[in-house]
Design a binder for this molecule. Sequence first.
Ligand SMILES: [Zn+2]
Length: 145
Amino acid sequence: MTGISHRQARLYIQAALDDLVSQREQKTLEEHLKTCKICQAYSNELSGVTINLQQTFHTRWDKQPTPTGPMIENVLSRRRRILMSNRLRSAARILAILATLFLFALVTNYTIHRLLPAPIGKQPLSTIRERSHQHHYPIYLARQL
Ligand SMILES: [Zn+2]
């Protein structure tokens, strides 16, 4: 036995099934398999399982081009439920955002009204009087300032 350990060889065998080994790794694996009966058996077993799985999937696929059946139905309904709850959650989020925007608009509106001078007609008479007094304007002129 040269190169790699059994553990490493098994990792390579698993990776090789998914075409995830480099050429160099493939070579060291083959070297190991040549000399190691245990890993060879493991490799055969594993590729056998893979081929079996592929065949099973193919026969099922060929039998049922549109996948139905209780398991898939179950998966689909669960998926639908998740989608529904996601939709509800995002609707709630949108409502929360709208409420926040509305509140913000209210507060902004209120603040602006407080900061800006009131329209002439709505200014309290005391303000107008004070202004006319400060600038020595007659009341009717101060009203228009
Ligand atoms: Zn080995």
